[in-house]
Design a protein around this ligand. Structure first.
Ligand SMILES: [Zn+2]
Length: 239
C-alpha cells in the first residue's frame, strides 16, 4: 500500500519524536519540514543540519544516524537546510544552490520574498514581477525561458538579438542595454529572459513594454539592434 503524503508526513514526525523527543523542529538539528518540492508536489521532506557535533553523546549521535536511515526508508527526502528555501507564496521547497553546471534557480527574489516559477507565471504575476524588478537596471530580472512566450502574448517587444555575458568572450552589459532602451522610453519596463544559463555564461533576450507605434529605431552602425519593422517577424521566427 502506498502512503499518502500526509500519512508519510505524520509517520515521519512519529519517528523524529521517538528518536529525539521533539514534535517540532528544534532549530539546531531539524530546521523545517513539509510536503511539496519543486517538480515533486507529493514529496515529504525534512531539512536540517545533520553534522555530528562533538557535544553529542555517542547514544544521541547513534539515534540521529538511525533516524536518518529510518526516514530515508520511509521515503522522506532528508535534506541539508542550507541548500533549500521555501517559496513565500505557495510554501513549496526550492533548491537554492547548484547541484550541476546546468542547474537554474526556479525562483526569483521579489521585494525580499522568494517566489517560485509557478507562482510568477500564474495569475499575471509575471507582469507584476517584471515591472517591479526592471526599474532597477542592475537587477533587471532574468526570467524563465517559458516567460518569453508570455511576454510576446502580452505585447512586449523584443529588443536586439541574442545577448550573452560570461567568461567566454562576450560581455553584453544588461545596464547598457537598459540604458539604450530608456533613452527613448525612460519608464519602459525591461525584461531579461535567460534562454541558456550555466555556471560560466548566460545567454539572454531583452524585451521592453512600450507603445508599438513608436518603437526604438535601429542604429545599424552600432549593430545588434534590430530594425523596428522587423521585430514581429524576428520574434516569431525565434520562437
Ligand atoms: Zn510558489
Amino acid at each position: 500500500m502506498t502512503l499518502t503524503p500526509e500519512h508519510r508526513y505524520t509517520k515521519m514526525w512519529r519517528l523524529i519524536k521517538d528518536a529525539t523527543g521533539w514534535d517540532a523542529p528544534d532549530g539546531e538539528i531539524i530546521y523545517d519540514s513539509g510536503v511539496g518540492m519543486e517538480n515533486e508536489p507529493e514529496a515529504v521532506w525534512v531539512s536540517g543540519n545533520w553534522s555530528t557535533r562533538p557535544e553529542w553523546s555517542p547514544d544521541f549521535a547513534r539515534r540521529i544516524e538511525l533516524l536518518g536511515e529510518a526516514l530515508e526508508g520511509l521515503g522522506v527526502e532528508v535534506l541539508w537546510y542550507d541548500e533549500y528555501i521555501r517559496c513565500d507564496r505557495c510554501q513549496k521547497l526550492l533548491r537554492k544552490v547548484d547541484d550541476s553546471a546546468f542547474w537554474r534557480p526556479q525562483f526569483h527574489v521579489l521585494d525580499g520574498n522568494t517566489v517560485c516559477r509557478e507562482c510568477i507565471l500564474s495569475d499575471y504575476a509575471p507582469l507584476e514581477f517584471v515591472r517591479r524588478n526592471s526599474r532597477i537596471p542592475d537587477t533587471a530580472g532574468f526570467l524563465f525561458d517559458d516567460a518569453e512566450n508570455w511576454l510576446r502574448r502580452h505585447s512586449w517587444i523584443k529588443f536586439g538579438e541574442d545577448y550573452q555575458t560570461g567568461w567566454h568572450g562576450r560581455g553584453d552589459n544588461p545596464d547598457d542595454i537598459v540604458a539604450t532602451i530608456r533613452q527613448k522610453y525612460p519608464d519602459a519596463p525591461v525584461a531579461m529572459v535567460s534562454e541558456d544559463h550555466s555556471t560560466f555564461q548566460t545567454a539572454y533576450n531583452v524585451y521592453y513594454l512600450a507603445d508599438r507605434d513608436d518603437e526604438i529605431e535601429v542604429d545599424e552602425s552600432e549593430g545588434g539592434v534590430m530594425d523596428e519593422t522587423m521585430h514581429d517577424e524576428t520574434a516569431e521566427s525565434n520562437g
